[in-house]
Design a protein. Structure first.
Length: 571
């Protein structure tokens, strides 16, 4: 008898569902990563799953069953243990005399048929169904499926090492059922396991995402999302309720977004978590930001900035007044940079006050205020009060509107050093953004002393780092001057157990630093466009994000691929 692989290729080619080139590509992926050819073809989107099983049904002469429209007899299901059903992706659908009709994703799997035949003593009549339908039917047909998955998830956890710092509030009678679910032992274990794993893997975020038929858990590690082992969809409601309880949110509210925070003690240290709950089509999605102080380095020299950037930051942060802006997308380390600057200038003779939403880390010796717009304590309102506190240095978490930037600029003009962040991707873009917010160009020239645009790139794993020589044509396309650099030796990570086979471990910063010379101030005053300001800054020695990234790659700290991923080409 031909294997499914041989019959599958024959059927797909004959039915013109796939080309020889696509088949070769799928076989190459199978050789590299393993797995079933049918699954790979569907994952690569060469053929839809429905088309694949229809072609198999016709080609093999076996009936096709839509399990969604078929009522499964639970007594027949008990004939095959759940672990066998999962392993072979099979489900028994009916029994007649000494024959069981078995829905199979792989009807030519002789080992599965022989195993079930020996196990049950019945003859097997195979029929075809989709993998998705079979997996869903297994979840709904076996009574203890959820329990089995939970046991698998927590079997390595003997005693949880997580301790909630602030215990949850009492649950009211109207929330009694949801409260009961959130306090059940399996739910607590699963939530603790998710949090513990995220901290061990040094994740910055945890996403709990419900879909129609499954629950997805993802960790953001070194800026990249990685899917994790997830509990069944049936646990979604109780998991969300448990997170809401420990974050002191309303567990009975499912229609509106909610934000909260909680703190746990794990591995002899305290870790803060920020929680955001968002209603979606298939239930509430939860995003948890992890604020682990041990993972944050506030030493300017260890953040990864170039010598030029460090010298510039040291010079401008020593000024008695003016405004310093740090720009970049969400999660690019802007707040960490500001904290590091504050720590570097902090001394007993300076009064430093910050207003943030929310305060991410408590800095000793610095007065930090949490903005609370819901009660009227906006950035602008907090700033007005801060100015009456006789500060020397003010940090504003983020400039979001004209009112905030207006007070910030006036503060910089009246003898205060102001530090803040702005959501732009380039340093020169910050100037244009301020003009768009309504700030007059002459005020920008009078107050702004430096703009830093930064992004984070993944560092090469030191355990599997290896060198290679870059081809000359690639170097030319990247505008690398071979005569100045010399040997084009770069590095990459091969992938190992220390870096979860990614080749990367940790992140470092790349930045472009814009200093305001007289020529640049003249361009701002005449309303010049962003590219002209950038052009002039580069003529005066500014390294762009792409250029700084390539320098970091040349030193062996990151890869060229990573630099190209996070930066745009210079015009």
């Amino acid at each position: 008898m031909l294997s499914l692989k041989d019959r599958l290729t024959e059927i797909l080619i004959n039915n013109k569902l796939i080309t020889a080139e696509h088949l070769a590509q799928a076989l190459s992926v199978q050789t590299t990563k393993g797995g079933k050819l049918s699954d790979i073809i569907v994952e690569l989107k060469f053929v839809k799953e429905s088309e694949l099983i229809t072609a198999l049904s016709e080609g093999l002469g076996l009936p096709l069953i839509d399990l969604k429209r078929f009522k499964i007899d639970l007594d027949i299901v008990k004939l095959i243990p759940v672990n066998i059903a999962r392993h072979y992706q099979i489900i028994p659908v009916s029994k007649m005399g000494d024959t069981i009709t078995l829905a199979m994703a792989d009807p030519l799997n002789i080992f599965a048929i022989d195993h079930v035949q020996a196990l049950t003593g019945f003859k097997i009549n195979p029929i075809i169904s989709s993998v998705t339908d079979i997996n869903q039917t297994i979840e709904s047909s076996y009574p203890d499926t959820s329990k089995g998955i939970i046991d698998d998830l927590v079997k390595e956890m003997t005693v949880s090492s997580i301790e909630l710092i602030k215990e949850e509030k009492d649950v009211s009678l109207s929330e009694q059922e949801l409260g009961r679910m959130s306090h059940e032992a399996p739910v607590i274990k699963v939530v603790n396991m998710i949090l513990e794993e995220s901290i061990k893997k040094k994740a910055s975020d945890v996403l709990v995402e419900p879909f129609e038929k499954k629950l997805r858990i993802r960790f953001r590690i070194d800026g990249m999302l990685r899917e994790q082992k997830a509990p069944p969809k049936s646990m979604h409601t109780s998991i969300v309720s448990r997170i809401k309880v420990i974050a002191e949110l309303d567990i009975a509210e499912h229609r509106l977004p909610q934000d909260g925070r909680f703190k746990v003690k794990i591995l002899d240290r305290e870790v803060d978590f920020r929680v955001s709950v968002l209603p979606s089509s298939f239930g509430e999605k939860v995003a948890i930001r992890i604020l682990d102080k041990l993972q944050v380095n506030l030493d300017m020299k260890k953040l990864g900035f170039s010598d030029y950037a460090l010298e510039t930051l040291a010079k401008v942060s020593a000024l008695p007044h003016g405004m310093i802006l740090v720009c970049g997308p969400t999660g690019s380390g802007k707040t960490t940079t500001l904290y590091a600057v504050l720590k570097s200038v902090d001394s007993p003779d300076k009064n430093i006050v910050t207003v943030e939403d929310p305060v991410e880390f408590q800095l000793e010796g610095i007065n930090q205020v949490t903005a609370r717009p819901e009660i009227g304590l906006s950035f602008a309102a907090a700033l007005r009060s801060i100015l009456r506190q006789d500060p020397d240095i003010i940090m504003i978490g983020e400039i979001r509107d004209y009112e905030t930037v207006d007070i910030a600029i006036k503060s910089a003009l009246t003898g205060h050093l102001v530090l803040s962040t702005l959501h732009t991707t380039t340093a020169s873009g910050a100037v244009v953004r301020l003009v768009n917010m309504g700030v007059e160009p002459y005020l920008i020239n009078s107050s702004l002393v430096c703009v830093i645009a930064q992004k984070l790139v993944r560092k090469i794993c030191l355990h599997c780092k290896e060198s290679y020589l870059l081809k000359d044509e690639i170097a030319q396309s990247l505008s690398l001057d071979v005569s100045k650099i010399g040997k084009l030796q770069f590095y990459k990570g091969k992938g190992c157990q220390h870096c979860f086979n990614s080749g990367y471990s940790g992140r470092t910063v790349i930045a472009e630093v814009l200093q305001f010379s007289q020529k640049i101030r003249d361009l701002i005053l005449t309303g010049s466009q962003e590219q002209f300001i950038k052009q002039q800054a580069r003529m005066e020695g500014m390294k762009t994000l792409r250029e700084n990234g390539l320098e970091v790659a040349l030193k062996g700290n990151t890869t060229i691929e990573e630099v190209l991923r996070v930066t745009t080409p210079d015009e």
